[in-house]
Ligand binder design. Structure first.
Ligand code: FAD
Length: 359
């Protein structure tokens, strides 16, 4: 680990120690505090990899990894900026025109705005090529019509990333394009979908003839499939795929209740975690080289999901020896646990991406 990575870790730990929040499992998936995100931005801890003239620090993805690992470890309230900083900024930098980059990147780097991801539809989740939301070209730009579901955080997001069909043909993967849409635009209707935990995290978003300026087309018309695949490497390849449950594990370690048998089981988890952290560094290095490490990201997501479930199995028999705080973290983690095998792509789909590489 470099000195810079170490100093970034210290900076995140200092901010988390100062901030008044309750550490949570799965905080990146559902714990939004815009002020916390903005403070991260003020301290130069967001958008580290972006160019300086777009609000970033032109640093490596390894620097960013140091920050994200620490935030996840601390269960910090990061979901306000997570999707925008993790994948929308990098997508705009990779594919967007200069006008689009200038309009959004610096504001994202300061967490002034939040983005939600409009990919999934009622019949297009794992199979994104089945997207039926359409974008039709007009003299002034585009008109979007259709429906997205499971759109996390759309109820507080200022903008949506939307994958839409811009032409129909034999090849389902052709004719998709990516857009930025203002959630306040006429014709955008955000309706809550209440989760099984009773919380409001998901939304259905209906687009009823929504007008979008031409400059908000991301990249090349008809190249949405190739672009979204590279975006998914950012979405799937980060440490949030195996560290969501870490605050629970950390609380159990702090409780100091392990016997020799438990410590042997912990060594197995530690070994798995070490391999996944190493894979994360490989993914970060590949991103720095301008690659889209799609297969490594799918591997990390699949194995990370298994490790998170194993962490719950490890903690379950220890609960009778732990205090109420650990039990509360465990209960919330169990309720959150079914999400991991689905969001960002279902587990069997990750496996099929991994095995395709081997054929
Ligand atoms: C917590 C959470 C947050 C989410 N946030 C967002 C968001 O912000 N934006 C967004 O666009 N989407 C979001 N999603 C949706 C998520 O991306 C989809 O749930 C996921 O892609 C799976 O799609 P689906 O729900 O339509 O299930 P389906 O694709 O219909 O899958 C249903 C079942 O079939 C299995 N299956 C599907 N295809 C295959 C295959 N090829 N081989 C073997 N088995 C298969 C799956 O494993 C699954 O068990 C979120 C989901 C969750 C759980």
């Amino acid at each position: 680990m470099t000195t810079r990575e170490q100093s970034l870790r210290v900076a995140v730990r200092e901010l988390c120690a100062e901030w008044d929040y309750e550490p949570r499992c799965d905080a990146w998936g559902g714990s939004a505090d815009p002020e916390f995100s903005r403070e991260l931005g003020r301290r130069g801890l967001l958008a580290l990899t972006w160019p300086k003239d777009l609000g970033g620090a032109a640093e490596s993805n390894l620097s960013r990894l140091a920050v994200t690992e620490e935030l996840l470890r601390a269960g910090a309230p990061v979901s306000y900026h997570w999707a925008g900083e993790r994948q929308i900024g990098p997508t705009l930098i990779r594919h967007g025109n200069r006008e689009l980059q200038d309009e959004f990147c610096s504001r994202l780097a300061r967490a002034e705005i939040s983005f939600a991801l409009g990919m999934s539809e009622p019949d297009a989740g794992s199979d994104l090529a089945s997207v039926r939301t359409t974008a039709t070209r007009t003299d002034e730009g585009w008109v979007i019509h259709g429906r997205k579901v499971w759109t996390s955080g759309a109820h507080f997001a200022d903008y949506l990333y939307v994958l839409a069909r811009t032409s129909k043909g034999e090849d389902r993967h052709a004719g998709l394009s990516e857009f930025v849409v203002d959630t306040a635009a006429p014709g955008v209707h955000v309706q809550p979908i209440i989760g099984m935990d009773g919380g409001h995290h998901f939304n259905e978003v209906v687009f009823d003839e929504v007008r979008v300026p031409d400059r908000w087309l991301i990249g090349t018309e008809g190249h949405g499939w190739q672009q979204v695949i590279s975006q998914l490497a950012f979405e799937r390849g980060g440490p949030e795929r195996f560290l969501s449950m870490y605050p629970l594990l950390g609380a159990v370690l702090d409780a100091d209740v392990l016997d020799d048998t438990d410590r042997a089981a912990l060594r197995v988890l530690t070994a798995q975690l070490t391999v996944l952290r190493s894979l994360s560094r490989d993914i970060a290095t590949a991103l720095d080289a301008g690659h889209s490490p799609v297969t490594q990201a799918a591997t990390s997501k699949y194995l990370g999901n298994r490790l998170e479930l194993a962490m719950l199995d490890f903690v379950r028999p220890l609960l009778s020896r732990c205090d109420g705080r650990v039990r509360a973290l465990f209960d919330a983690a169990v309720i959150a646990s079914p999400k991991s095998g689905l969001r960002g792509g279902a587990a069997p789909v990750m496996l099929s991406i991994v095995t395709k590489e081997m054929q």
